[in-house]
Ligand binder design. Sequence first.
Ligand code: NAG
Ligand code: NAG
Length: 491
Amino acid sequence: MCACHVLMMGWGDLGVFGEPSKETPNLDQMASEGMLFLDFYTANPLCSPSRAALLTGRLPVRNGFYTTNAHARNAYTPQDIVGGIPDSELLLPELLKKAGYISKIIGKWHLGHRPQFHPLNHGFDEWFGSPNCHFGPFDNRALPNIPLYRDWEMIGRYYEDFKIDLKTGEANLTQIYLQEALDFISKQQASQQPFFLYWAIDATHAPVYASKQFLGSSQRGLYGDAVREIDDSIGKILKHLQKLGISENTFVFFTSDNGAALISAPEQGGSNGRFLCGKQTTFEGGMREPAIAWWPGHIPAGGVSHQLGNVMDLFTTSLSLAGLQPPSDRQIDGINLLPAILQGKLIDRPIFYYRGNEMMAVRVGLYKAHYWTWSNSWEEYSKGIDFCPGQNVSGVTTHTQEEHTTLPLVFHLGRDPGEKYPLSFASNEYQRAMEQISVIVQQHKVTMVPGEPQLNVCDKAVMNWSPPGCEKLGKCLKPPKSDPKKCFWPH
Ligand SMILES: *[C@@H]1O[C@H](CO)[C@@H](O)[C@H](O)[C@H]1NC(C)=O
Ligand SMILES: *[C@@H]1O[C@H](CO)[C@@H](O)[C@H](O)[C@H]1NC(C)=O
């Protein structure tokens, strides 16, 4: 099994989804040989909670990847976060061990960087990559540069040992991550052992980067160069599986962790096509993701599915592929997509759109009801932070948190995918849609037991000062005195 989980690639970034430059020939071919999901979602419009959801099959509000510091705020794992993935959560690689799987994560982990949160303590057998985003360079005094790990120990830091040239945008990381993936696959094939590869590359996250051979290759600028390199790498991974003769034994899924960050666009961010807004928001642009399933000989080529899917389904679907049941001692939000993928079935299920601890919206069939609307605060917006650039839908992309719980705003996503024309409250259609939606929301709320929030406390002393292995490299830094504080989450 291989899950390619890219960062912040938008629904509109792939040729097969209508991107006019048509610069993703490999992903387009993957879709033509496999199945395209047009209604596939993330569980949160931000990186860490989305990853936690994929690997646990549970909404972030259940697995603890949220904050209660302020209402409906997105939270993630920056360097000074104290929390991370709780031991009580069961991650996909942990469960796959029961079926003899070897699991590797390549790229960004982002579920906490302190030792107890290390991916090898949560079921992965191998790791090559970093615990946090590749921001920097830092001065190693106020902030340490982010380390890269091989398995248990750090092997260097970004900008020091793994260069990212912010002026030219050149970095070789995607090539390194590609080679790691090819080597891992070869090794597993040689030892005839089933594997789970979580390929979590991050070239499309600001600061975006590409290697020299891709720089300047796109009509879309540096972001497009990064997309081209990822596209090329995925082509190479699929060809490698074919060359080794294991493509009919390997289920591959491609998706993104949240919508394109329009705040970084167009140079450092992608496109969400015709959907409203982007990363950080619970509008379609923040949550709907490009998604492709590939499994030659099993998935009918050129298939298109309108199944409402979610990254959490990859958890349940992967367990099913391995012949395992999801854990029965907890609520699992992911569903098994195999009937949709292999038999073209449509499974009834809602999609919940959360921001932190608040259910902002829900999709049932083609209707989406907003119970809360918010893009970001006027204060932030006035400083130029705009998650919906060029898009102002009156009363919808609001800059104050607007409550609509008694009379939700409802859109028909089939006729109005851009969420521009709310149904009239007085219409029969509105009444009928809300009758159905209300029942589902009420059930969801009544049975919701939030997990312990993990993203409330920050402390500079826990940053990546002295990761395991730093002594061997002479790269240990002295942490400041511990001073835990409530983390501040602006949006
Ligand atoms: C990328 O690798 C090439 C070939 O080894 C090297 O010349 C170049 O300096 C590397 N670039 C960066 C930014 O590390
Ligand atoms: C969006 O439009 C509404 C109605 O015209 C207006 O009140 C609001 O200030 C606008 N928002 C922005 C961010 O311009």
